[in-house]
Design a protein around this ligand. Structure first.
Ligand SMILES: Cc1cc2nc3c(=O)[nH]c(=O)nc-3n(C[C@H](O)[C@H](O)[C@H](O)COP(=O)(O)OP(=O)(O)OC[C@H]3O[C@@H](n4cnc5c(N)ncnc54)[C@H](O)[C@@H]3O)c2cc1C
Length: 386
């Protein structure tokens, strides 16, 4: 297997690097100081078509694979930028693409590809369910030609900057003898017409991210906005997880490269005790170890991506890629802070910002503990812990 980038993929990475050069550290620092959304960055990526590369050409997208999307997100993060403000459009759209009706695809995908419509929000997590997704209590009741939805979601990112939200709801209670995964459904909510039925409240978090509590009261959603079959929504959500894990792994790999490249350069130039700090193995080796870990995670990520693009099962590989990449980026983040010393804490160097940002990948969209449970139980056949 050869996971070197093709010429086209290499050109793509260079093009992304060029775009991201317009958004240096100072852009992200200025936004963070006022808690603002990176609108210009998201608009630029949208207008250049990078966020729609996974949408098939027949709907006006790039028609490319997850491998190319991985290259794009990695390069964004390698530059020091952060795709969290817009990455969900890539994988959220996949649920509509794979499970939506022909009418839904026609109604939404061309407008998303053209940058006229944003599908950036994905509402799964609830305060009292947490990682145990089947325990969600947001309910949708069918009344004639629509659903009436009531409930609460938490940590729903980008909802204030999205026109549409995919929402996981319970449409029927867990029935005796049926798995708890049954009875969940996915609705496509048009936030532009939701009015007071959807209220949001921003959750301040440790980096400049736009994530919200979402309160839904008597929201009417047309029945035609149900994705796929009623009660089968959990399956559709799971179906999107592999893509999400591969893409998030790519962002973490980009962060890892950012830390390693910056740390190696800084450690080579910062002179203390008459020599560069990087000449000391206590500084040099952690950077080298992190580099090896990032490169290894990258191989697993490309392996998962090639299986995904070949329509082969890739649950284990996508999960391992997410686990290895988030661990490697965190390792690289720590090596970088050590190499920078006090300057690692100074905002102007950009390290502390990325340090806070990259920690997220160990927790969301799924925590690494749950990834290990998946590997231990589903792949290795050990007993379930829950
Ligand atoms: C910044 C941010 C953005 C987010 N954006 C979104 C979004 O857009 N949409 C959305 O739906 N969600 C979003 N989330 C939610 C995210 O997916 C969850 O935080 C994540 O899945 C973990 O769930 P939890 O926070 O409820 O942790 P909990 O489930 O409460 O778990 C707490 C800790 O216990 C561990 N744990 C729990 N059960 C087990 C077990 N059986 N074995 C071992 N360890 C266990 C977990 O690994 C975790 O470390 C976001 C979260 C954050 C922080």
């Amino acid at each position: 297997m050869d996971f070197r980038l093709s010429e086209d993929q290499q050109t793509m990475a260079e093009a992304i690097a060029e775009v991201c050069a317009q958004f240096p550290d100072s852009y992200w620092q200025d936004l963070e100081s006022i808690g603002a959304y990176p609108e210009k960055f998201v608009r630029t990526l949208t207008d250049l078509g990078w966020l729609s590369i996974l949408i098939p050409e027949q709907y006006g997208g790039g028609g490319l694979g997850i491998t190319e999307a991985a290259v794009v997100l990695e390069e964004i993060h390698r530059s020091g930028a952060n795709a969290n403000a817009c990455h969900a459009q890539m994988y959220t759209m996949g649920t509509v693409l794979r499970h939506g009706s022909a009418e839904q695809k026609q109604a939404y995908l061309p407008a998303i590809a053209a940058g006229e419509l944003r599908l950036q929000a994905f509402g799964v997590t609830e305060p009292d369910a947490g990682s145990d997704t089947t325990k969600i209590t947001t309910k949708a009741r069918r009344v004639g030609d629509h659903y009436v939805v009531n409930g609460q979601k938490t940590f729903i990112s980008r909802v204030a900057y999205s026109d549409l939200m995919l929402l996981l709801v319970r449409t029927s209670p867990v029935a005796e003898g049926q798995p708890a995964t049954e009875g969940l459904s996915v609705l496509l909510v048009d936030l532009r017409t939701a009015g007071d039925a959807v209220e949001i409240s921003r959750i301040p978090v440790m980096f400049n991210h736009h994530t919200y509590q979402v309160f839904v009261s008597d929201l009417e959603v047309p029945a035609e906005n149900l994705i796929g079959e009623e009660g089968k929504g959990f399956r559709y959500i799971i179906d999107g997880w592999n893509a999400e894990r591969i893409l998030v792994a790519s962002e973490a790999i980009g962060d890892g490269r950012f830390f390693v490249e910056r740390a190696a350069a800084y450690a080579s130039s910062r002179v203390v005790f008459g020599k560069p700090v990087g000449a000391n193995q206590a500084v040099q080796f952690p950077i080298a170890q992190a580099y090896a870990a990032v490169r290894a995670a990258s191989l697993m990520r490309f392996h998962a991506a090639s299986l995904f693009d070949g329509r082969e099962p890739c649950g284990a590989e996508a999960n391992m890629a997410k686990y290895l990449a988030s661990s490697a980026s965190w390792q690289a983040a720590n090596a970088a802070i050590t190499a920078y010393g006090g300057n690692g804490f100074a905002s102007e160097y950009g390290i502390e910002r990325k340090f806070r940002e990259t920690k997220l990948f160990e927790i969301a969209p799924v925590s690494n503990n749950l990834v290990l449970s998946y590997l231990g139980q589903r792949v290795l056949g050990m007993p379930k812990s829950y």
